[in-house]
Design a protein around this ligand. Structure first.
Ligand SMILES: [Zn+2]
Length: 148
């Protein structure tokens, strides 16, 4: 099985986007005979790795909180939602930060997640030499953004 796993559907992602990654799945509204290839596959694969790392990080942070609160229902909910949507949560937070900081109007491209994915989507060997977590964090400075 090749990752990310394509999910063709009628609703996700919203208009204006062609593919949207969630954990190991990549959603598209494109016809079933259109597949992830080359540059786009490598781009989305970077997002799969980013989201996997963030899910592990959220597990390490949230699980002790749930244990501390004796596994109350809300603590379990927090842990499960946090693990499943760690990537989207961090993506949303960094998008909001970029939205309120210059340069304005391009917050999507200026998140470290997109900067990393766009900067390395042409490099087939990138994920093999990438340092976990640091691969994303080092792309926080906006001067590293090549795709505009
Ligand atoms: Zn992307």
């Amino acid at each position: 099985m090749r990752f990310p796993i394509e999910v063709h559907n009628k609703f996700i992602p919203v208009s204006g986007f062609s593919w949207m990654t969630w954990l190991v799945f990549c959603f598209t509204r494109k016809p079933k005979d259109v597949h992830l290839e080359g540059t786009t596959r490598r781009h989305e694969l970077v997002h799969v790795v980013q989201q996997g790392e963030l899910s592990v990080l959220f597990t390490v942070i949230l699980l002790p909180i749930a244990i501390h609160f004796s596994f109350a229902w809300w603590a379990w909910t927090l842990v499960i939602l946090g693990i499943l949507f760690a990537g989207w949560i961090c993506y949303g937070i960094s998008n909001a930060i970029e939205f309120f900081c210059p340069p304005f109007g391009k917050s999507y491209y200026y998140t470290c997640w997109e900067t990393e994915a766009y900067n390395h989507e042409d490099d087939p060997g990138y994920l093999r030499r990438r340092i976990p977590i640091w691969g994303s964090l080092k792309h926080i400075p906006n001067r590293l953004v090549r795709h505009k």
